[in-house]
Write a protein that binds this ligand. Structure first.
Ligand SMILES: [Zn+2]
Length: 228
């Protein structure tokens, strides 16, 4: 349910949870998760106390969105793959719409109009193999067994873990460096043991990737530039 307190519009979700949390989503919407027992005035008291934090977070999100890069499909334009930028080269003919060849993203002339789809297909195909390989490596260390992997458009998330133990990754994650991909993979695998971001969860991530905070920070700062 959408409500407004002062100039903050938020979506209120009440459930059997014990604590109240305020989240700023990637699209700058505000969500409040509250216990069923809380009244609106209880909830608004908490929002009042966190009002300046909410403003600060919203201002930061706005800056990040302004930095979002939109790229044109023209010769020489750089596109990311595993943390490196490769220039686009439009070619007359080749066997597939898009491929990485001799340090260039080669895009077939006839496919320029649907280039965005070709890039997404490229990241998804590469992602299926890469994520699966990294999962195989880390799942042994963690002693977990995911059901499988999917690469799709997760909108505002890099990855998620479904109840059926499938790990889902956003195709955009394939633009990040391997170090970051490994962090995202480990993060989701650890969710098979601990569903929530508790201390135990982060301890487990830390055992596998002692420098995980740097990787997490990188994703927070640079994530927005990973786009086509
Ligand atoms: Zn998580």
């Amino acid at each position: 349910m959408k409500r407004t307190y002062k100039d903050i519009t938020y979506t209120l979700k009440q459930s059997k949870r014990k604590t109240l949390s305020i989240y700023i989503e990637a699209d700058s919407s505000v969500s409040v998760l509250a216990p069923e027992s809380k009244t609106i005035s209880d909830i608004e008291k908490v929002i009042e106390n966190k009002r300046y934090w909410v403003y600060k977070e919203l201002a930061e999100k706005e800056m990040l969105n302004a930095a979002r890069i939109k790229r044109d499909f023209v010769n020489g334009q750089g596109f990311l793959y595993l943390g490196k930028s490769y220039r686009l080269s439009i070619v007359d003919t080749q066997d597939v719409p898009l491929k990485l060849l001799n340090g260039y993203f080669c895009l077939r002339q006839n496919d320029v109009e649907t280039a965005e789809k070709s890039f997404i297909d490229f990241y998804r195909q590469k992602g299926m193999k890469k994520f699966a390989a990294r999962m195989r490596y880390y799942q042994e260390m963690l002693g977990v067994r995911p059901a499988g992997v999917r690469v799709l458009d997760l909108k505002t998330r890099w990855a998620s873990c479904s109840e059926d133990k499938m790990l889902n990754f956003h195709w955009k994650t394939m633009m990040a460096p391997m170090k970051i991909i490994d962090y995202v993979v480990v993060h989701e695998l650890v969710h098979l043991i601990y569903p929530n971001h508790t201390d135990a969860f982060w301890n487990e991530v830390d055992k596998i990737l002692p420098d995980y905070t740097e990787r997490k920070e990188w994703l927070k700062e640079n994530g927005v530039s990973l786009d086509i």
